[in-house]
Ligand binder design. Structure first.
Ligand SMILES: [Zn+2]
Length: 230
């Protein structure tokens, strides 16, 4: 750790990504299994897997996690002590794709563990005049369109996701270019310039519902969140 890292109470931006596995068949039945925190320079400050006792499915296709990978995981309270050592101040701004989920899964408290949060997806959304709603872009599509990188091309990794979210924040949001970025992504969608594999059609996995944001595709009946994703 760099000298003076925690000695100054100045503003600090950290990217957080939490992978989850399913502990039930519903789209809200998720428990954290892997936490990654990356600083503004893209350095990994924390990378820990969490032991899960009531796993229904590791959701490997989405989480990149297999049951075997979690055998060496640490108990939740041990991981949370380490997380709270890094996330320990209202001067911290957390960034990530749909960051509210990551915050909720870890039970982080605003004003205690962090002060602000920036959802990448909200910064790049654009209004769709025809359908009177918003276009949202996945982290894969946003990285492809704005950073020119293909993430999650082999296995899904929270380290790659957190680093990507931080790059988008530093290069596009902090510099005030988020509206420009959203416009570019929208043009790319209309011109069908995203690679096909960045638009997965099957959102369910092992019979576990994955339609938290798509009421029409929900197979579990748990309440959905209003957000148009494609
Ligand atoms: Zn559902």
């Amino acid at each position: 750790m760099a000298r003076g890292f925690s000695l100054f109470s100045g503003k600090k931006v950290l990217a957080l990504d939490v992978e989850c596995v399913a502990n039930g068949k519903g789209h809200n039945d998720r428990v954290p299994c892997w936490v990654v925190i990356v600083n503004e320079k893209g350095r990994v400050l924390l990378d820990l897997k969490i032991k899960v006792t009531d796993m229904v499915s590791p959701l490997t296709r989405f989480s990149g996690v297999t049951a075997a990978m979690l055998r060496s995981a640490l108990p939740l309270d041990t991981v949370m002590r380490r997380v709270h050592k890094v996330l320990n101040s209202p001067a911290i701004t957390l960034v990530g794709q749909s960051i509210e989920n990551d915050i909720a899964w870890l039970g982080l408290e605003k004003g205690v563990h962090y002060g602000d949060s920036e959802d990448i997806a909200e910064h790049f959304r654009t209004y769709n005049e025809k359908y009177k709603d918003y276009n949202y872009f996945s982290l894969v599509q946003t990285a492809y369109g704005l950073l020119g990188t293909s993430i999650q091309s082999t296995a899904h990794s929270p380290i790659e996701d957190a680093k990507t979210a931080m790059r988008l924040y530093v290069e596009w949001i902090k510099t005030g270019r988020d509206a420009e970025g959203g416009a570019r992504l929208t043009r790319m969608r209309y011109k069908r310039q995203f690679p096909q594999e960045t638009m997965p059609t099957d959102i369910h996995c092992d019979g576990v519902c994955g339609a938290k944001y798509q009421q029409a595709r929900c197979i579990c009946g748990q309440p959905c969140v209003e957000r148009k994703r494609e």
